[in-house]
Design a protein around this ligand. Sequence first.
Ligand SMILES: [Zn+2]
Length: 216
Amino acid sequence: MGPPGAGKGTQAKVLAEKLKLTHISTGDILRQNVSKATQLGKQAIEFMNKGTLVPDELVTKMLTQRIEQPDAKKGFILDGFPRNIGQAETLDDMLKQRNMSIDMVAYLDASEPVIIQRLTGRLVCSVCGAIFHTKNMPPKKDMICDHCGNSLYQRADDQVETIKNRLQVYQKESAGAIQYYEKQKKLHRLDADLEAETVINNIIHLAAQYNDSPKV
Ligand SMILES: [Zn+2]
């Protein structure tokens, strides 16, 4: 868990590779369902076209399907879920029915100035989705993707005012879920202002104590 710009996506991917677990991102699942036009994907499109958030119930259904695939049996790392207490409770119910449970929650705690610096410099490839950064990871050619040669752009919601607003929304939304995992003594706060490599090493160190039954 963690606010936008804390590095969840990047860290989850690396962590999944290192721990040989499956990386499950709710953002990816949503995009896949939409692009394959599955029944759930079609329902999601209706909300997206209206400009409203895709309801929790729909996201949870997609997640349930994803968790039932063979590659998730040995355990997985959830990225972008849960975001609120309702999702956290639903997730626990869903896992319980499958004799699974959450081992550990890593909360990536990044400060506002660092988040703003990261997100305002973020550049996204219009075709392959690769992410660059004006300062931290500049493309070889200005505004051109290193991987596919197409143009890079800045996301409309990566502007300072929008970011501040997204952070407030996140804090309000996630507070209940954070408390929920704190009570269960599963939440570990990590300083996510540090270099990505240091953060990942700290997470791996924490995860080592759950090696017997790696799940989340
Ligand atoms: Zn590209």
